[in-house]
Design a protein around this ligand. Structure first.
Ligand code: P6P
Length: 339
């Protein structure tokens, strides 16, 4: 029997065109989609094309850059700079912001991690791309200050999971969260998940954290993990991929909680606000979950309320549904902390 051919393919481009009259946003999402298709090709051919291993440089996070980090970064920068709709880019792989030459500059400011979790690439574990989009401030030609704003000013956010399927999850500010899988037979992201909603009962009892950091966590976090291990009516399952996109994607679809809290070793946490915290928080909140910092700079904060003081600012992250985030908050309440 012939494969079912879709004569009405609901591509990412068509979704964006139907969702906005801002043609520059259509162009932007097309450029992001194209760069993620190129990254897909590189990631899927890494073994064959001998792309594993180190590039011999270090990125803004101090991580050893993998060959694929450099390639993915170049792919995104080239696609965005040449889209004609961006004025400033911030990448995890670049210490300094990339200012688009005035002749090719447009209104969008994009922060991205081109290949998040790339330390996993050589052992074939899922990796991802994460991006957040802002519009430059009125009167600005486009510089880092246009991105030193809270998630309240974020126009849209998304991630791409390079795994058994290549799936982009994307949302406009205030909109629903949608999933688009890459159909390699037509080279397009097609609409496969309409209105992704975090399981409102909290979903599967899963906690996701790097317990290798446990000795550095504050007592309420240690107590919350102990509560998850006890679990009601049975202990939670522990799942930790070590690639944020994989861990967050699972958390949104299955439920549970993802934690990368601040600790004595990393008082601001490890993850980056502009291209990990804010985009993931916008997606989690608009899918009906909670995106908290846990204890950060003396109080419990909402990730989307944080204002980055520099383009590679860090933030702690506790993301999940009310059931599980409340267990964390209850431990802070026991210490008299307002949540
Ligand atoms: P750790 C990858 O380097 C990353 O930025 C996220 O993708 C991931 O969730 C986290 O760091 C893993 O950090 O300290 O557990 O290896």
């Amino acid at each position: 029997m012939a494969d079912k051919f879709d004569v009405d393919a609901k591509t990412l481009n068509r979704f964006v065109m139907a969702s906005t009259h801002d043609h520059d946003l259509v162009i932007l999402m097309n450029a992001i989609g194209t760069s993620c298709k190129l990254i897909t090709s590189a990631v899927q051919r890494a073994g064959v094309a001998k792309l594993y291993g180190l590039a011999g440089e270090v990125n803004s996070t101090g991580d050893d850059q993998k060959k694929l980090d450099v390639m993915s970064n170049d792919m995104m920068i080239n696609a965005l700079v040449n889209s004609g709709v961006c004025c400033v880019l911030v990448s995890e792989e670049n210490e300094e912001p990339i200012i688009v030459p005035p002749g090719r500059a447009g209104k969008f400011c994009v922060a991205f991690d081109p290949l998040d979790g790339s330390s996993n690439i050589d052992c074939n574990v899922s990796v991802g791309t994460i991006f957040s989009v802002y519009e430059r401030k009125p009167g600005s030609d486009g510089n880092a200050d246009d991105l030193l704003r809270s998630g309240a000013d974020c126009v849209c956010a998304g991630y791409v999971a390079y795994s058994s399927a290549v799936e982009m999850v994307f949302t406009f500010k205030g909109g629903d969260v949608h999933g688009f899988c890459l159909d390699s037979t037509i080279g397009e992201f097609v609409h496969t998940r309409e209105k992704m909603i975090f399981p409102q009962d909290g979903g599967k009892t899963i906690y996701s954290a790097n317990e290798g950091n446990a000795i550095h966590w504050d007592q309420p976090i240690q107590d919350a993990i102990a509560e998850f291990k006890k679990g009601e009516p049975k202990p939670y399952s522990a799942r930790y991929v070590g690639s944020m996109v994989a861990d967050i994607h699972r958390t949104i679809l299955y439920g549970g909680i993802y934690l990368y809290p601040a600790d004595v070793k990393s008082p601001k946490g490890k993850l980056r606000l502009l291209y990990e915290g804010i985009p993931m928080a916008m997606i989690i909140e608009q899918a009906g979950g909670i995106a908290s910092t846990g204890m950060f700079e003396g109080k419990i904060q909402r990730v989307l309320d944080l204002v980055p003081d520099e383009i590679h600012a860090k933030c702690p992250i506790i993301m999940g549904g009310k059931r599980d985030v409340q267990i964390v908050y209850d431990q802070y309440k026991k210490q008299g902390v307002e949540t």
